[in-house]
Design a protein around this ligand. Structure first.
Ligand code: GLP
Length: 248
């Protein structure tokens, strides 16, 4: 039976706190858990809450393994807009996770096709992802799986949508600097996770959320595939939930 739990929180701070509590509970139950992790503005508050729990001595990442969803192609190593930099600055360097347990696709690999195959193999060898935390793009993308006419299965090289380039330009000096290509886990990589935690906040996400949760399942709106996953928790703030007709 498919179960999708939808939780509507008052605001971004409450969404972040609930998400962090969910993740922390899973780590406490299984300290060697394998997590899939997103970047973006949405999970920042969740990361901040997890760091606080760690600093208060309530949570250890010592035996946790992580796989990031995606990475831009062609930003030089250490670039402030790379997702590697984002993850270290906003999370990894503040907790006790071990370097060898951190996995992020290498957007500078000489052979990107090989890098994609190796990334899939690493996920498999780690026993698969238990909890995949996801944000969603304004256009319904998950990771960098953009609206398309099919669901790409495995980790792959993808071309960013014009709307994604515009949305992500806020982190760059100009839209021209946003990389056009990225490596992303595929829809299959995401759907094979045992559990999924989808987060969304703000009015800009309301349409994507209502289409993803209540519309048809279609590769034109990649997040809609989550309706087929057996164990999804969605945590929204009131704005992101505002267009749901079955507002819980
Ligand atoms: C980015 C990332 C996604 C993220 C999404 C939303 O482009 N590739 O993994 O979920 O867009 O980002 P934000 O949380 O900043 O709205």
């Amino acid at each position: 039976m498919n179960v999708m739990r939808i939780i509507v929180s008052a605001d971004y701070d409450e969404m972040s706190k609930l998400a962090a509590e969910d993740v922390a509970g899973i780590i406490r139950e299984n300290p060697t858990v394998v997590l899939g992790l997103p970047t973006g503005s949405t999970p920042l508050g969740m990361y901040r809450n997890l760091i606080t729990m760690h600093k208060q001595g309530n949570l250890s990442f010592r035996h946790v393994t992580t796989f990031n969803l995606d990475e831009y192609i062609g930003l030089e190593p250490g670039h402030v807009n790379s997702y590697r930099y984002f993850m270290y600055e906003n999370f990894f360097k503040h907790v006790d996770i071990q370097e060898q347990n951190i996995n992020i696709p290498d957007g500078n690999a000489a052979d990107l096709e090989q890098e994609c195959m190796d990334y899939e193999a690493k996920i498999r060898n780690a026993g698969g992802i238990y909890l995949m935390v996801l944000g969603v793009g304004n256009n319904g993308h998950i990771g960098f799986n953009e609206p398309a006419d099919h669901f790409p299965i495995a980790t792959h090289v993808t071309r960013l949508d014009e709307s994604t380039i515009r949305a992500n330009a806020r982190f760059f000096r100009s839209p021209d600097e946003v990389p056009r290509l990225a490596v992303t886990m595929g829809i299959g990589s995401i759907m094979r996770s045992r559990r999924i935690l989808l987060l969304a906040s703000g009015n800009a996400k309301a349409r994507a959320i209502s289409a993803a949760l209540e519309g048809s399942v279609t590769p034109a709106l990649p997040a809609s595939i989550l309706q087929f996953h057996p164990d999804v928790t969605v945590i929204l703030d009131a704005e992101a939930a505002s267009l749901l007709t079955r507002n819980p």
